[in-house]
Design a protein around this ligand. Sequence first.
Ligand SMILES: Cc1cc2nc3c(=O)[nH]c(=O)nc-3n(C[C@H](O)[C@H](O)[C@H](O)COP(=O)(O)O)c2cc1C
Length: 254
Amino acid sequence: MYKNPSPVHLLFLLPAIALYHFTPQLIIHLSPLNTFIMGSTQPEFKNTATSTLLELVKGRRTYYDLKGESPVSDDVIDRIVQDSVLHVPSSFNTQTSRVVLLLKEEHKKVWDIAINALEGLVAAGHVPKEQFETSTKPKLNSFRAAYGTVLFFVDFESLAPMKEKFAIYADKFDPFAQESNAMSQYLVWIALQSEGFGANLQHYSPLIDEQIAKTWNIPASWKLDAQLVFGTPNSGPGEKAFAPIEDRYKVFGK
Ligand SMILES: Cc1cc2nc3c(=O)[nH]c(=O)nc-3n(C[C@H](O)[C@H](O)[C@H](O)COP(=O)(O)O)c2cc1C
């Protein structure tokens, strides 16, 4: 640990900080100097892809201020989403996640559906008109202004044979399916950000389910879980606070 830096360390500090800004990957491997700069021990990863992966994890944030432009081709987005559907694990390899990628005009339809549904609630007196006009509608329009939406569904019905076969796990299969779906959401979120998008995760189910199913002819067994909105960021994410890691993580036998 380098809590009290020696003059030699101070000598290296400024160039090291400059270096860190331009080559963060490299500095991770400049231990123990990096230990001093970052304030905690940085291990040397055997595979540089590990540090790249963790940098992507650290960099992923919620972006709300998005525009309807893409930094990459639609094929790139398509590949990211397809790979997540194919390769994200599921309990007993049940493969319960279902995903729909909507771009440009098709994406906008999702948020028109949400706006219409909310307007219905306002008309029925369930949502105050002022709250809708000043808060909800601008928020929904900001989603609409983005480039795409990924709809994540779970096919719970496909689990029926498994529930029968493994009766002891029967009540676990639905939560397992949701957990697997969340893994897909997280992977797509990180990969899209890695390609220059910003994204935010929304949950407008069951409000929008019927119209979503109708508009894209979604099978009845697909239950909508989340909507990942993405686009080119207009501005950065907000501040984020972290609870002390000591309260959330323990290690034994290190
Ligand atoms: C399971 C889950 C559900 C979330 N649901 C919503 C949501 O419905 N609407 C929203 O704006 N953000 C939603 N978020 C985003 C979180 O608010 C956000 O990830 C969290 O505040 C941390 O901020 P960060 O994403 O910038 O790290 C959700 C995130 C997770 C993991």
